[in-house]
Design a protein around this ligand. Structure first.
Ligand code: ADP
Ligand code: MG
Length: 775
């Protein structure tokens, strides 16, 4: 049993260092098993049987604030509120930024060019002059700017201080605050300082506040863009439906549709809720859900999914799933969750960020002491510049954005390709796989097998098929539906049988009148002491066509008798071969794992270019095979249809479930391939590698600013070149580092995985159709 998960919105987290503190505070709560915070979405997911009040209290105790996310019956409202909140925040930041820069830029220009007017150092203050009075006014105005436009940094720093914390706000507040404090001392009491140190830095304080606000503004802008993948999915939700009630058609808001309502969809309209077609004949474009570009033919009895587009005919369908239960709603939920997840590389960044702020405070202090004691005159001024600059340039906000930004884009990218990443960790691991294990039926093949041959001992093939259908009508297995379909094609109606038993991976049995019927593979029947050698030739004929031979036998009063054999074969998916080739190109070993017999398995393996085949593997042993590879130090991805492959999917490093668009078998898998195609595996791997590369670039980008910036800011270049970085430049650089990271993460948006349909969904255009479905 898994513990319940609580989601919280987190407020007041300003830097990557906060993430660790909040996570630790949450983990310290008794009963919490897992706590993860996402800096990009400002939310946390907590696993454990603990009340939300306790969790919120824990976050408050760490110096931040938390609240339960606003949940509405309709997530559309949710989205609108969120958007509104973000807009207000965005506007405030823009105002703060304009104010600070509007004041800081002229002041800086005065500092740069004013000496020509004033005929001396324009930022120097001399006691008892008009200048001193003017500077006093400027000082007060700067203070107002700091309090008004930069108030959130100071409040954050104070809040952190009260909780014995130091955050990015601390660095900014201490940096700009000390620059202002020094300057105001210069203005009011210039005489206590040596001549050379009577320089003011008001413009630095204002500029830094302005530039950092600018960085935050840009961050919000790009963050808004990143959730486009989600927005696009949200936009798929139709708002109304034509509901037929009491023989009249009425247009109802989607929220009013109830299960079992009869709904009409005209050509060109979106399907309103998930349902089952009652009447009509049409093609439906499901590409938005499954990534499958070809419209799917729908007739009575087929399922339709909310958000897909009805193309040619009018359909009436019965609502089977509404609201949050539709496939679309579940996909949105999944993508949201995965976008907030944190692969382990992100945790590394968090732990670095957590020690970062205290370390920087130490470096700043050390630099200040060095400058004061050993630096050239004016020592106090130099000391101040160095310490302030170190504090400002070291803000690790870019570090905190590095991973979540890329994950967001990567997960969205994958969703566009019909690859649903359900665990964030899978996004990282998928790119590191060595072996891909494929299930045969339904994975490499279409999963829609058909009967190709029937042989009977006594010549009555019709009877063999009929008896087989009597058992198989109760089975869910794809082989079973092939037999039932073939029987109904021959107009034999299966009789009700009793005592149906599915022998997993072996066969099926049932009781019909006085006899027990057994249908399954040869090995299983021989274990039941039924000799199958009489049909050896027939069996060979079937396996030569890559078919699966299913032997039928009956037991009447201890009397065992072989009746016949049915050959069932499945089409190989048209693109399986190409997809496997893509995997080979990436250096992966591709393995087939199947319960089917060796000969049939080999025939298929050969056709698609599989490296190794493990046949006649019982479902319960599939997971063990995966572990065997893992013991050889291989990372294994398992692809299966998720029915009897569940244990293997769970034990693989990455489990890929083949979900057929609307009906997603998702529980035990890490990634669901909504398009049936194996190209999804290659897409997932390529997107994973691209995302990881992107994260690494981001981390490098974030760190390089700090690693190069901090020593330069501390004055490392001064002894050799006489260079000392100005605090304003540091403020600009640190905004730039966030912008670099975000821009780089957005570059990932342009990435295209190699499969034809991915390229299609990325541009939103109809593709030049490749010869899928040709077979
Ligand atoms: P796969 O690994 O290809 O998914 P399974 O493990 O489901 O195969 O089944 C393995 C073998 O067991 C089949 O090839 C077939 O011989 C036999 N079998 C399983 N289910 C049935 C069934 N419903 N009817 C007849 N044979 C079955
Ligand atoms: Mg299977």
């Amino acid at each position: 049993m898994t513990a319940p998960i609580t989601e919280l919105d987190i407020q007041g987290a300003t830097c990557a260092g906060c993430v660790r503190k909040i996570e630790n505070a949450l983990r310290a709560v008794p009963g919490v098993e897992k706590a993860e915070m996402n800096f990009a979405t400002h939310s946390a997911a907590i696993e454990g049987d603990v009340g939300s009040d306790t969790l919120i209290a824990a976050v408050r105790g760490a110096g931040y604030d938390a609240s339960l996310p606003i949940v509405e019956a309709d997530s559309r409202v949710d989205e609108a509120l969120e958007q509104e909140r973000l807009q207000a925040h965005y506007k405030k930041l823009i105002r703060d930024m304009s104010l600070a820069l509007g004041f800081g830029v002229p002041l800086m220009l005065w500092g740069a060019f004013g000496d020509r007017i004033s005929g001396g150092d324009s930022m120097m203050v001399t006691a008892g002059t008009l200048g001193q009075l003017a500077w006093t006014v400027v000082g007060i105005l700067t203070l107002a700017i700091l309090m008004f436009a930069g108030g959130h940094f100071f409040r954050g720093a104070w809040h952190a201080f009260k909780h014995h914390n130091a955050t990015m706000d601390t660095l900014i507040a201490v940096g700009t605050g000390s620059a202002w404090l020094y300057s105001i001392v210069v203005v009011l009491l210039p005489d206590i300082l040596p001549m050379t140190a009577r320089h003011v830095y008001f413009e630095a304080s204002a500029m830094i506040i302005g530039l950092i606000n600018l960085g935050l503004v840009l961050e919000i802008r790009v963050r808004g863009k990143t959730s486009k993948a989600i927005k696009r999915l949200l936009d798929l939700r139709p708002k109304t439906a034509h509901v037929l009630r009491a023989d009249a058609e009425m247009d109802l808001a989607i929220e009013q549709v109830v299960i079992d309502d009869i709904i009409r969809a005209r050509p060109g309209e979106r399907i309103a809720v998930d349902g089952e077609v009652l009447d009509g004949d049409s093609y439906i474009d499901e590409s938005m859900l499954s990534g499958e570009p070809m419209p799917i033919h729908k007739k009575k009895g087929d399922t339709v999914a909310a958000g897909t587009i009805n193309q040619s005919g009018t359909l009436t369908y019965r609502a089977t799933r509404i609201g949050r239960d539709t496939a679309l709603a579940r996909i949105i939920e999944l993508v949201k969750k995965a976008q907030g997840a944190k692969p382990s590389i992100g945790r590394l960044a968090d732990s670095i960020a957590a020690v970062f702020v205290p370390t920087v405070l130490l470096i700043a202090t050390a630099a200040a002491l060095l400058w004061f004691n050993f630096g050239p005159a004016p020592a106090v001024a130099h000391m101040l510049i160095a310490a302030t600059t170190v504090l400002i340039i070291a803000c690790p906000c870019a570090l905190g954005l590095a991973t979540p930004m890329s994950v967001m884009v990567g997960v969205g990218k994958a969703a566009e390709a019909g690859v649903l990443i359900q665990r964030g960790e899978a996004l990282q691991t998928a790119g590191q796989l060595d072996v891909i294990v494929l299930d045969k039926t339904g994975t490499i093949t279409e999963g829609k097998p058909a009967v190709i041959e029937i042989f009977s001992i006594d010549g009555n093939e019709q009877q063999v098929l009929h008896l087989a259908a009597c058992i198989e009508q109760y089975s869910e297995h794809p082989l079973a539906s092939a037999i039932v379909r073939a029987a109904s094609g021959k107009n034999t109606k299966p009789k009700p049988a009793g005592n149906f038993t599915a022998h997993n991976g072996r066969g099926v049995s049932a009781q019909l009148d006085d006899k027990t019927l057994l249908l399954g593979n040869r090995r299983w029947l021989e274990q039941q002491d039924i000799d199958c050698s009489a049909l050896q030739n027939a069996e060979q004929k079937i396996t030569e066509q890559a078919g699966t031979p299913l032997f039928l036998a009956q037991v009447v009063a201890e009397q065992k008798q072989l009746l016949g054999v049915i050959g069932v074969a499945d089409h190989i998916k048209a693109d399986s071969r190409a997809a496997i080739e893509r995997l080979h190109k990436r250096g992966l070993t591709v393995v087939m794992l199947t319960g089917d017999i060796e000969a049939s398995a080999r025939a298929i393996a050969q056709a698609v270019g599989i490296d190794r085949v493990f046949a006649e593997v019982l479902p319960e042993n599939k997971a063990a095979k995966i572990t065997e590879f893992q013991l050889q130090n291989k990372k294994v991805g398992m692809v299966g249809d998720g029915i009897n492959d569940a244990p293997a999917l769970a034990s693989a490093n990455v489990g890929f479930a083949i979900g057929t668009g609307t009906d997603i078998a998702i529980e035990s898998a890490d990634i669901t391939l909504m398009r049936g195609s194996l190209h999804g595996v290659a897409d997932a791997i390529e997107i994973s590698q691209a995302t990881l590369r992107n994260i690494k670039q981001n981390l490098f980008g974030a760190f390089i600013y700090n690693i190069v910036g901090i020593p330069v800011a501390a004055g490392a270049l001064y002894p050799l070149f006489g260079l000392l970085m100005s605090p304003v430049l540091a403020g600009a650089a640190m905004s730039l580092s966030s912008v670099t990271v975000i821009t780089n993460a957005n570059r990932l948006r342009l990435f295209r995985a190699g499969s034809p349909s991915t390229a299609q969904t990325a541009t939103g255009q109809v593709p030049a159709k490749t010869s899928e479905h040709a077979a």
